[in-house]
Design a protein around this ligand. Structure first.
Ligand SMILES: NC(=O)c1ccc[n+]([C@@H]2O[C@H](COP(=O)([O-])OP(=O)(O)OC[C@H]3O[C@@H](n4cnc5c(N)ncnc54)[C@H](OP(=O)(O)O)[C@@H]3O)[C@@H](O)[C@H]2O)c1
Length: 259
């Protein structure tokens, strides 16, 4: 039976990923900071007793090492590690404190790197394992008011593309999923320039793809061993416009409504 470890499992896409994976009969390890939310997610999954809660803070390396040690000791291995935990941003570069840029990089990028480094030796020893990274279409282009968020997601692509090449011959696989707009609380939790939460459900967010639809597509892409997948509505087209008509993309993105 597969062991699937999901970060950011306490809400949104992560909670939906927990549901989608549990329907496939796996054993889950559910991580985030809010234990009570994780307990509710576990209770809603198929076979709740099979699943573990391991709270951690992606911005605190000490909790990540301790969590990885606990998971490997208790579950024995990790078959699929899903890096989903993250925070977004709603502020112009000129209004964003440096501490906020660092925090977003810490949670979205360094947290995933640290957990990967903690789990990787055990995957390499078994010559088995999959790492699923929840990036964003903003990991493929930058949009206004998301400079730090886009940077953190771009960084994930560089790191995990390199890792994919390094571990391929050892039998490990890496899938990067890039959702567009998904209906979750992400805009409520997004950081403004001084680090306070945006606290609003943005209209674009509310009109996004349902989280369960997104999660199902992420899991299917991972099962098929896809290296990179774009999931969403018309915003996904931006990836192709940026790639094939970058000057047109630059003109369009200046006037895009980012809320
Ligand atoms: N919604 C979208 O439109 C969209 C689009 C593209 C990509 N994504 C990505 O999808 C992922 C999930 O986001 P979501 O939309 O589901 O938003 P969400 O509902 O706000 O969920 C974010 C998750 O990340 C966890 N998290 C945040 N800070 C953390 C920290 N310091 N340590 C540990 N966990 C932390 C949260 O748990 P706690 O607060 O309990 O710690 C929560 O479980 C993110 O990586 C996001 O960038 C979302």
């Amino acid at each position: 039976m597969q062991i699937v470890w999901i970060t950011g499992a306490s809400s949104g896409i992560g909670a939906a990923l927990a549901q989608a994976y549990s329907q496939r009969g796996v054993r889950l390890v559910l991580s985030a900071r809010r234990r009570e939310r994780l307990e509710a997610v576990r209770a809603a999954c198929l076979n709740p007793d099979w699943h573990r809660i391991v709270p951690l803070d992606l911005a605190d390396p000490a909790t990540l090492e301790a969590a990885a040690e606990q998971v490997l000791a208790e579950a024995g291995r990790v078959d699929v590690l899903v890096h989903n935990g993250g925070i977004s941003q709603r502020a112009l570069v000129q209004d964003t404190d440096m501490d906020v840029v660092r925090r977003i990089m810490e949670v979205n990028f360094f947290g995933a790197v640290a957990l990967t480094r903690a789990v990787l030796p055990s995957m390499l020893a078994r010559r088995r394992g999959q790492i699923v990274v929840v990036s964003s279409v903003v990991g493929r282009f930058g949009t206004p008011q998301r400079a730090a968020y886009a940077s953190s997601k771009h960084a994930l692509h560089g790191f995990f593309d390199a890792l994919r090449a390094e571990v391929h011959d050892a039998g490990l696989r890496v899938t990067i999923a890039c959702p567009g707009r998904v209906q979750t609380d992400i805009s409520l939790h997004a950081l403004t320039g001084d680090g306070s939460p945006h606290g609003q459900m943005d209209p674009g967010q509310a009109r996004g793809m349902p989280a369960d639809v997104c999660a199902e597509r992420i899991v299917r892409a991972a099962e098929r061993g896809k290296e990179e997948v774009y999931i969403g509505g018309t915003e996904v087209l931006g990836v192709y416009v940026k790639r094939f008509a970058p000057r047109l993309f630059s003109r369009l993105i200046r006037s895009v409504n980012v809320t």
